[in-house]
Design a protein around this ligand. Structure first.
Ligand code: AP5
Length: 214
């Protein structure tokens, strides 16, 4: 099953995608994670996109389509792909359709995760991740059982994203409403859209997502 998780920053796309990977052997393709990895490894691509990402703007369609093409043509996924944070523009959505055709695959479902803006700000402001294994946490909603150590790998190296600040978040939200939200109508017209309530406990959202994927 190949699916898109569609939603604004902080909707919980990454949180839910990681659980699907663990439980359904799906492969998560997060363009945000790919771009952050390029920055960490200091590649030319990483240097090109650093400022754009920190400001909360979208990087070019050409760059992210190239990243997805590389993954789709080199990765085997028996459980299917989860597209997380891609596509984000109509041009990216058209390109994804063409790429899936090219590799003999298709899109099964697009799940829109709906969350109020006020809650998004709260989620983003409290987010941090383990630098050792990438496990995601939140100051209020998901603290490690020992606040100084990751539950998953025991590392005490916690990180916060440079774009998780008030100014960048405003820009990211604006980019979502201006460039990405038209995809809701795009996939609705293709009869591929399902919408779920992304509010509430992580486990409750997980159950709604599972229902949408039946
Ligand atoms: P990207 O990394 O994709 O960021 P984003 O879309 O802004 O999404 P986030 O990762 O912020 O949110 P999420 O929905 O995954 O939420 P999460 O699960 O972490 O993109 C970053 C940048 O890269 C972009 O701004 C752009 O510059 C560039 N980029 C990437 N892709 C691009 C593309 N296709 N085109 C152009 N540019 C691109 O949850 C957030 C927090 O809330 C966590 O702490 C979590 O623990 C908590 N949480 C989650 N669910 C719940 C819940 N139900 N209740 C309480 N807390 C919860």
């Amino acid at each position: 099953m190949n699916i898109i998780l569609l939603g604004p920053p902080g909707a919980g796309k990454g949180t839910q995608a990681k659980m699907l990977v663990d439980e359904r052997q799906m492969v998560q393709l997060s363009t945000g994670d790919m771009l952050r990895a390029a920055r960490t490894s200091g590649t030319e691509l990483g240097k090109t996109v650093a400022g754009v990402m920190d400001r909360g703007e979208l990087v070019t369609d050409e760059i992210v389509i190239g990243l997805i093409e590389e993954q789709l043509t080199t990765t085997n996924s028996a459980g299917g792909f989860i597209f997380d944070g891609f596509p984000r523009t109509l041009a990216q959505a058209d390109a994804l359709g063409a790429l899936l055709d090219k590799v003999g695959q298709s899109l099964d479902c697009v799940v829109e995760m709906r969350v109020d803006d006020e809650i998004l700000v709260k989620r983003i402001a409290g987010r941090f991740t383990c630098g050792g294994c990438g496990e995601g946490y939140h100051d209020e909603f998901k603290m490690p059982s020992d606040p100084a150590k990751c539950d998953n790998c025991g590392s005490s190296d916690f990180k916060r994203r440079p774009d998780d600040n008030e100014d960048s978040l405003k820009t990211r939200l604006m980019a979502y409403y201006k460039d990405t939200s038209p995809l809701i109508g795009y996939y609705y017209a293709k009869n591929q859209l399902k919408s779920i309530d992304g509010l509430g406990e992580i486990a409750d959202v997980k159950a709604r997502l599972a229902q949408a994927l039946v």
